[in-house]
Design a protein around this ligand. Structure first.
Ligand SMILES: [Ca+2]
Ligand SMILES: [Ca+2]
Length: 106
C-alpha cells in the first residue's frame, strides 16, 4: 500500500468569479477533503488523505451552488513515487493558480 499526503495547497489566485473558492479534493473519484474555503494568499494543509495500492487520480474542485462545480485540475499519483520525497503540482483550471505540495509514502 502507498499513502497520499497533501502537505499544502497554496492559493495564488482563486478561480473565476467573486470571492473565495470552496475547495474540495477527490481521490479516485471519491471526496477525501473539504469543502474548505480558501482565498488568495491562504494555505490549507489537508494532510494524509488516502491509501491506495497502485495509482490514482487526485482531482481538485471548486464547489458552486446553482451551477456546475468548477474543475481546478488534478494529477496522477503512483506507488513508484514512494521515496521521491515532496512533489509539486500546479493547478490552473478556471483561471485559478494553485500550488500543491504532496508526498507518497509506503
Ligand atoms: Ca464557489
Ligand atoms: Ca466557481
Amino acid at each position: 500500500m502507498a499513502t497520499l499526503t497533501i502537505h499544502s495547497v497554496i492559493c495564488h489566485e482563486t478561480s473565476d468569479g467573486f470571492g473565495s473558492d470552496d475547495l474540495f479534493i477527490n481521490f479516485r473519484g471519491e471526496r477525501v477533503f473539504g469543502v474548505q474555503q480558501i482565498d488568495e494568499g491562504q494555505t490549507i494543509n489537508p494532510g494524509t488523505v488516502s491509501n491506495f495500492s497502485v495509482k490514482g487520480l487526485v482531482d481538485f474542485w471548486e464547489r458552486d451552488s446553482g451551477s456546475d462545480n468548477d474543475y481546478l485540475g488534478g494529477f496522477w499519483v503512483h506507488r513508484n513515487q514512494v521515496g521521491q520525497g515532496e512533489l509539486n503540482a500546479q493547478l490552473s483550471g478556471d483561471d485559478s493558480n494553485y500550488a500543491v505540495n504532496y508526498e507518497i509514502t509506503a
